[in-house]
Design a protein around this ligand. Sequence first.
Ligand SMILES: [Zn+2]
Length: 326
Amino acid sequence: MSASLPRWLRVSCILALTWMSGLVQARDWEPGFRDLAAWGREMHLRPITLGEELLLTNRWTRMRFRKDSDRMTFNEVEFRLSDRIPVEGGHFRVSQRDINSLMAPLLAPPKRTSRPIRRIAINAGHGGRDPGNMEGRRMEKTYTLDLAIDLARHLKAAGFQVVFIRSSDRFIALPDRAAEANRAEADLYVSLHFNGFDGPGNDAVQGLETYCLTPAGAPSSNDAQRHGRMAGFDANRFDRENVTLAHLVHRAILDQTPLADRGVRRARFKELTLLRMPGLLVEGGYMTHPGDTRLMDSKKSRDQLAAAIADGILRHKKLVERGTPE
Ligand SMILES: [Zn+2]
């Protein structure tokens, strides 16, 4: 600003600058957005607009976005976004944090630089005085332990070592579960759960949900009001590998079982926040849905689910250790 400017103009300039810096500060709270089609082109994906949807495609990849939706599909697998997709002046926009924490690692999975994946920690959710979801006499803790035992068998057959966080009906606090996996120096952590939905129409809610730790600075998938903690954890250093692991395990389960797709989601579950290794949490169907319950009660279906999880882990190992896409 020149000193030769009249005083009234100098004052106006200072006021304008102050007002503008206020705007910049206000925008720091919001995620940065950018043009989705332009990002796609940079990634060698062709953008195709179909009404309220935008597709980004090439020979290997098909990403689908919908106006105002917080869901996208990547090769027909559903993912929850941190931010809805706004459309402004006919342009679909996407938040930079969804690009960084989800879309980029899906397109270019990380290569593991630490030691190879050998030892898998299996956490059977709940136990002892904590039954988990209960439907009549059915208890989640029983299903998770049965599934853990089946999963261990499949993992061992695939050449992995297995660490059980619990192998009997006993209570273990959530931080102690992560601590046990850390102590055992596991290379990956798999937590097994089954869902329940209380509310009207609860017998219509069904399917598979796979969770990994919410990236630092992003809201969790089940936090519609955006009230939850947004800060990061030490475990967030595995964000990129977590996305690959969740994607491949989720996809293997969808491919090999009749479970419906309720998406790969992000949450700050206590056990995931304390891990010193990549990890995920599988909600293998709804105990409140008759179809899902039939699968849980069938030994054959449960074994199918366990085999699919083991297969997803094996695909993940191959992908991050050798960089060979499936
Ligand atoms: Zn549970």
